[in-house]
Design a binder for this molecule. Structure first.
Ligand code: UTP
Length: 495
């Protein structure tokens, strides 16, 4: 038949390409699958960058090296703008920069950008992480938490036109589910034409022992998204950057999907990134002071004179523990994965068409379900069996000519959901939301109930539509009218 006449040469050619890179096992079951499955498998294999595989396997599986490891670079603490802008050493004119930021937002030069292509494997949630409940009381999905922030920013900074475009990076594994979720939820009140989705790239998942690419089905290669660092390429190759240029967008406000308190659009940070003499307007970062030397967050540092992030596992212990004369951690700048990124910077990184650009990979050992080649059975591994290769967005920081760091208060904007239980879990996130709300409301004169242990005796969620910061709950602020006189013990309250 036509199909077979057409499929045979493709099969032979692909078998030969696979043999050249030691991956011919991917065709083990090619005679046991349907013609449709076979064409899908061949198309999938054809889309992989096979020639780069042997080098990657040698480096990341056999030698198990990692982009950040084993370097002899000179590490110094990073200078930063303090959360307390009145600070003696690190103070700055917050109002002037916030005004600049509001001007840029008002002129339509800022887009929101959220990376939501991850697999959320630690949380163990089956679906796009953005669909997971984020609101402490409402249980509204994480996507809605961020959408509400954008709506609030539109109401305040762009009342005339009402739009701040929102770009969302998905992966081929969750793209359709994400788009369907937005449709089903009316884009959470945003205009459908202001929300753009594009999938990131993928990498084959590799067997931890042999470096062989795993099959997730007899007819399917195991793929994983290529890391949040893949966003800098996907923004370009998807056409998102061109779309931004058409809309007049100059800077991108980069956030992750898993932090419902994230300030998706932050005028003061935008102003510093775009207008501070210390910034080239290419890539800027936010940090919170690390809670203790062992906290598992990447640390913003100067590496050979350039701003960069060192993963917690790569920061030498003596540096992680080092203290200043005042007792504070010398390397305290914990990255919260919030960045401002210049549209022109993304263009520059992709100069040459985007095909050639990629950040270094990091290896992560994970559990990846696979088909056993000898039995044909699918196996759900109970321990790590695979290496995933992922790029990290902060590896682009040293490519910026001048990069600034802004410190923020942890309680105000950092409550990530990573794990099912314990730290950085849905429970800890709800607790932080409540503590933040209690502090804001208490500051505005509301009586908040506390237990003897000091915990808030209620669950409280403040919508960004009501207040984007503590100040908006004070007399004369946008949300002042919504502050109750008191919150009853044990209540669940949405403000
Ligand atoms: P994490 O590195 O915390 O990963 O992603 P994750 O996928 O959410 O969860 P685990 O590691 O499987 O448990 C941080 C942010 O980067 C995005 C995630 O969606 C999240 O917003 N991300 C991560 C991507 O967009 N693509 C990726 O390939 C990886």
């Amino acid at each position: 038949s036509m199909t077979i006449a057409h499929a045979q040469p493709a099969l032979a050619a692909i078998r030969e390409q696979l043999q050249q890179v030691g991956q011919e096992h991917l065709l083990t079951f090619v005679d046991q699958i349907t013609p449709e499955q076979r064409s899908a498998l061949l198309a999938q294999i054809a889309s992989l960058d096979l020639r780069s595989l042997p080098g990657l396997i040698e480096r990341y599986v056999r030698a198990s090296s990692d982009a950040g490891k084993g370097s002899s670079a000179k590490i110094e603490p990073v200078p930063y703008f303090a959360a307390d802008h009145t600070s003696k050493d690190r103070g700055w004119d917050r109002e002037a920069y916030a005004r600049k930021g509001r001007e840029l937002i008002g002129a339509g030069k800022i887009a929101a950008f959220t990376v939501a292509g991850g697999q959320g494997s630690r949380l163990g949630y089956d679906g796009p992480k953005g669909c997971y409940p984020g609101g402490a009381v409402t249980g509204k999905p994480l996507f809605a938490c961020l959408a509400d922030w954008i709506l609030a920013a539109q109401e305040r900074y762009r009342p005339a036109t009402g739009s701040i475009p929102w770009y969302i990076m998905t992966s081929p594994l969750n793209h359709e589910a994400t788009v369907a979720f937005f449709k089903a939820n009316g884009y959470f009140g945003l205009k459908a034409t202001d929300v753009m989705f594009f999938p990131q790239g993928v990498m084959p998942s590799l067997d931890l022992k042999t470096g062989r690419v795993l099959l997730s089905q007899k007819h399917e290669v195991a793929l994983n998204p290529d890391g949040h660092g893949g966003s800098l390429k996907a923004l370009y190759t998807s056409g998102a950057i061109d779309d931004m240029a058409k809309r007049g967008v100059e800077h991108i406000s980069y956030t992750q999907i898993d932090n419902p308190l994230v300030r998706v659009i932050d005028p003061a940070f935008i102003g510093l990134h775009a207008a501070s003499p210390q910034s080239s307007g290419e890539m800027s970062s936010k940090m919170v002071a690390k809670s203790d030397p062992g906290e598992k967050v990447g640390v913003l540092c100067k590496v050979d004179g350039r701003v960069g992030v060192i993963e917690y596992s790569d920061l030498p212990a003596e540096l992680a523990q080092a203290r200043d004369a005042d007792g504070g951690l010398t390397y305290s700048a914990g990255s919260i994965a919030v960045h401002m990124i210049g549209v022109e910077f993304v263009r520059r990184l992709n100069a040459g068409g985007g095909g050639g650009f990629s950040l270094p990979f990091h290896r992560a050992e994970k559990k990846v379900p696979f088909v056993d080649l000898s039995t044909g059975q699918r196996v759900e591994p109970t321990s790590n069996n695979a290496v995933k290769l992922e790029a990290f967005v902060f590896d682009a920081l040293p490519m910026a000519a001048r990069s600034i760091v802004l410190e923020t208060q942890r309680l105000d904007e950092f409550a990530p959901i990573k794990n099912a239980t314990g730290s950085d879990s849905p429970a800890s996130c709800a607790e932080i939301q409540t503590r933040r709300a209690a502090r804001w409301l208490g500051g505005a004169g509301c009586r908040v109930p506390y237990k003897n242990c000091g915990a808030v005796d209620a669950v409280i969620e403040v919508s960004p539509r009501t207040a984007m910061d503590a100040g908006e709950l004070l007399v004369g602020g946008a949300g002042a009218a919504k502050v109750p006189a008191a919150i009853p013990s044990g209540a669940k309250v949405v403000i």
